[in-house]
Write a protein that binds this ligand. Structure first.
Ligand SMILES: [Zn+2]
Length: 431
């Protein structure tokens, strides 16, 4: 099987390429790069007017399967991924049951393979059942395919447990990924603590709830010499702590989400849960610090924290509604909306090169012999209509917004799995 991505502007910072070049993928791998490659029987993707990049990897996604398939399935989540321009996702372990055994991880990978869309890299739990007490079997989980470990969704309360976990897993290259929110400082908060929460009389979670955990986890990373990644950073102080840790030799990377780059904590006047998310949307000082940190190189990766829920669930009272919303299908548009000055090469670094490096997975370049995973996107404005999402999560604070950038075609393992607005599972694409 041959696929030719033709006529686009190839941006591959690893190979040092930013030029109008065609990419020929043969048998799942990049076979040739050059000017005006003849199709010679290949399936042609028309990339004129588009940027062609090594496949985008979203390193923070909740696929909800097993256990909450009314919110999302591996098939619908990976359909949303390829429709959003992603060729791979890392899926978080807060499923039911949690991803804390090799058998469950193998089953997730089998179902991802059957769906035939994006590649799926499971993130294993740090503690059994994500309960924060008993260590998960990291070596077995890594053998089964886990690329990192996290109790994402919550923060292990017991620093001793986390330190033991980091020591026990220290010989594994897989990073620990921290969800940083001190559960005691956060309490029953539904939003950020600040002027808006005071005015509305709603319980707020201070930025401090994040900062103290970032500090703790970075000190544990230093103590155990463990590779670490801080998920969804939202405060200026967290960014300063990460910069400080790097000066001390800690190998730490971090990510920011589309919603924290775009929105502020002023979205709760109607007492609706549409924008309820953990960690919460912050004030302008923090949001602007995040934007600056993406531009100055402090931030390594852009990741969605795609966290779909049913519309009925999100329609509950603010206090009762679940946190999060889908992000895969608005992500690249939202990043360009928040940071229009971001150069294409840096954009590709944040979405492909660095996530591949942090997770230790193939990709991040389209050099000859690399995996045939290609993201084709264009600066063509479009208006978000969440009803049209491939994800089961049809709720997003981005609904109705016009975004400047969108996915045009997605190639995974040499097969065109998204084009002309349609998702094409691999079996169908091959036929
Ligand atoms: Zn999280």
């Amino acid at each position: 099987m041959k696929t030719l991505v033709k006529g686009g502007r190839l941006v591959d910072p690893v190979a040092g390429i930013d030029a109008n070049l065609d990419v020929l993928v043969e048998n799942g791998f990049v076979g040739r790069i050059g000017e005006h490659i003849e199709p010679d029987g290949a399936r042609v993707v028309d990339a004129r007017g588009c940027i062609v990049a090594p496949g985008f990897i979203d390193m923070h996604v909740h696929l909800r399967e097993p256990g909450q398939t009314h919110k999302e399935t591996i098939a619908t989540g990976t359909a949303a991924a390829v429709a959003g321009g992603f060729t791979a996702v890392a899926c978080m372990p807060n499923t039911e049951p949690a991803l804390d055994s090799a058998a469950i991880v193998s089953e997730v990978m089998r179902r991802a393979d059957a769906a035939g869309l994006a590649r799926v890299y499971p993130v294993g739990a740090i503690t059994r059942g994500r309960a924060g007490t008993e260590l998960a079997p990291y070596h077995l989980l890594a053998q089964a395919g886990c690329v990192a470990f996290s109790d994402d969704g919550s923060t292990p309360r017991d620093a001793r447990v986390l330190r033991n976990a980091a020591r026990y897993a220290s010989d594994l290259g897989c990073a620990f990924i921290s969800h940083c929110e001190d559960p005691d400082l956060k309490g029953d908060a539904v939003m950020n603590e600040g002027a808006a929460s005071m005015r509305l009389g709603l319980a707020g979670s201070p930025g401090l709830a994040e900062d103290v955990v970032v500090a703790r986890d970075l000190l544990i990373a230093a103590d155990c010499e463990k590779v670490w990644h801080i998920a969804h950073v939202t405060t200026a102080t967290s960014l300063d702590l990460i910069r400080w840790a790097r000066t001390r030799g800690v190998r730490v990377s971090c990510e920011v989400t589309p919603h924290h780059l775009v929105f502020l904590d002023d979205r709760f006047d109607d007492y609706r849960a549409e924008s309820k998310v953990n960690p919460p949307l912050r004030g302008a000082h923090d949001r602007d610090a995040l934007r600056a940190a993406v531009l100055d190189g402090t931030v390594d990766a852009l990741a969605t924290d795609h966290a779909p829920h049913g519309l009925d669930e999100k329609a509950q009272l603010l206090s009762a509604a679940p946190v999060g919303f889908g992000g895969l299908e608005i992500a690249i548009g939202a990043y360009a909306f928040a940071l229009p000055q971001l150069a294409p090469a840096r954009f590709v670094e944040l979405l492909s090169v660095n996530p591949a490096r942090i997770l230790g997975v193939p990709g991040g370049t389209l050099g000859v012999g690399s995996p045939g995973d290609v993201s084709v996107f264009a600066d063509r404005p479009w208006t978000v209509d969440a009803r049209l999402f491939h994800s089961k999560g049809k709720n997003t604070p981005f609904d109705g917004l016009t975004l400047p950038r969108r996915a045009v075609a997605t190639v995974v393992d040499g097969a065109v799995v998204f084009e002309h607005g349609r998702v094409l599972p691999r079996q169908e694409a091959v036929a």
